[in-house]
Design a protein around this ligand. Sequence first.
Ligand code: PDD
Length: 283
Amino acid sequence: MSRIAYVNGQYVPHGEAAVHIEDRGYQFADGVYEVIPIVNGKMIGEQGHMDRLWRSMDELQMDAPMAPGPMKIVMREVLRQNKVETGLIYIQVTRGVAPRDHPFPLDAVPSLVMTAKKTSMDAADAKADKGVSVITTPDIRWNRCDIKSVALLPNVLAKQAAKEQGAYEAFQYDADGNITEGSSTNAWIVDQDGTLITRPTSNSILAGITRAELLDLLEKEGIKVELRAFSKDELMNAREVFLTSSSSYVQPVVEVDGKVIGNGKPGSISSNLRGIFKSYMQN
Ligand code: PDD
C-alpha cells in the first residue's frame, strides 16, 4: 500500500509530496511540529499535543493554518488513508512560502503537512524487555527548548553521537552538569531510595506529553515524584533510569556512558511504569 501525505489541502502520494523551495521551514527552520502516538486506532494524548502545537505557534507568533477542529478531521483522514492502527502521526506547520528575508513575511500563508506511519508494539516491547543504552553529551541547544521547533540540528548531532556509540539516545547536560533531556525524549531516574525524579518543565526542556501523562498516572497511583534537576552523577549512580516519548512510551535504560545501571536489566519500577502506561494507552 502506498503512503499518503497531506500537504496544504491535498492528499498526495508520499513520494510526490513536496513544498516550495522558499518555504520558511526549509530555509529558516521557521516551523513547529508534533508527533502523536496511535495505539489500536486511538490517538494518545491528542488534546495535549494540540495544545502544545498551538502554544508553539503562539510563542513564535505564527498563524495557525486552520482551526483545531478541522485539523483533527484532517488527522483522522490521514490515519484512515494510511490504514494506521498503531503508529505515529507527524504534523508540521511552517510560516509559509515567501522570498528569503529574515523578518516575518507580511502575507505568507502557513504551510501544513501531515504524514502517518505504522509502528510495531511488539518491536517496542522487545526493546523495552531488553532495555537500551544512552550516552551523555553537552546540551548545545538554544534557551527555548520548550518550543517544539523543527530547528533540530543539535538534537540530530546528539542522536548521531549516540548512534555512533551504539546507543539509543543521548541525554544532554547543561552548564551546571544537570541532565536536561534526551535528544527526542524526557529523562527520568529512580534513586537508590526508590524515589522517582524528573526535571521540572522550563525553557530548558520540552514539556513532553508522555511525561505529563505518566505524572498524572503516578499521581493516581499515589506514587510520589520529585520534580527537580538531577546531575550527571546522580544519573550514573541511579538505581534505575528510563526515558519517555510519544514513540518510545516508557523505555527502560540499562546502560549510561558504558556503565551498567542496576544489574543491567530493566528495573522493576521502570518496567512496572511501562506496564501502567501501556494499559492506559490500550484502554
Ligand atoms: N520527540 N524532548 C524532546 C527534545 C523531544 O523531541 C520529545 C519528542 C520529547 C518527548 O515528548 P513527547 O512525550 O510529547 O513525545 C522530549 C518526538 C517524539 C520526535 O521528535 O520524534
